[in-house]
Write a protein that binds this ligand. Sequence first.
Ligand code: PEP
Ligand code: MN
Length: 348
Amino acid sequence: MRRKEKIFIVGPCSAESEEQVLEAAASIRAVQAAIDSESTSDSWVVFRAGIWKPRTSPDTFQGAGEPALRWMQRASKQTGLPTATEVATPEHVARALESGITCLWIGARTSANPIAVQAIADAIVTKTMTMTQTMTKTQTIVMVKNPVNEDIDLWIGDVERLEKTGVRVMAIHRGCGHRPCWKMAFEFRRRRPDIPLLLDPSHLSGDANKVAELCQIARTLDFDGLMIEVHPHPEQALSDARQQITPEALRAIMEDTTPASDTLPLLELRKEIDEVDDALWTLIARRMEVSRRIGDYKRERGMAVIQPQRYEQILQERIARAQEQGISEQAIRQIMEAIHTESVRVQL
Ligand code: PEP
Ligand code: MN
């Protein structure tokens, strides 16, 4: 079976200029047309671009602001694609809806703040009440990304606030920082199976080379869609250049015929690795705690922290034990050295 995802929210991180927006939209439309000519498809493709960018540093590109709304309108008119942009204030909501943007999304920095989300929800109510032709309540969609601070209750609370507006609500798992928090995504699914859940592999990984694989994982996990950053010239992008993929790469992702089951065992194994690593950190932390207590003991008695003979003795013992379990001497030496260095540090 081809392409399980139904919703593709794709386009550049930021609207940078009218030319860039129109070129990006045209290239995405071309991908969509090519895919549709290969088989009948029920995918819904939406053109995204950030206009007001919540950037970490004030010295980076902050988005083109309001003029970019006209570029988006033109892009939509030329390609027929509906559009999506990020909103962070009631003012953004008003301007975006007036300009005919179909999908609004709330970014990971804003979704961590219930007051900001409520203000956005109130603005959606006010605006959709007064809108006549451009957009109606039933057409508008609001998507909420998980907050960067991995708080499932906050994320679900955002969804509930937005549901009260009467517009359609969807959720996007964009990871926490540049790592996935699958547990939170699974928990979201368990608690709100009725809300479509999309994956944003671009912000989740921060790396264009990881996007395709994450899209396969999204298929395996039955996500309802994808939000992917696509730029006609990623290397020239004014924001998130490392994670944006080309339209050609998007086409390969949309054409992917890998059966969902192919990636399932890999995912299961990775989950197991995550659990083992968690257990490792817990054990190492416990070992450091014991080291700290040994340090206190030595200090009270005026003993030296480093006792080379003792270290050599435990190293030999550990090598023998670890080799019995199939771990190479070289590996165990490296691991023990790292642990010993940290042990000495906590004892000082
Ligand atoms: C974005 O989609 O461009 C964005 C800023 O995302 P996030 O809020 O997930 O960082
Ligand atoms: Mn981005």
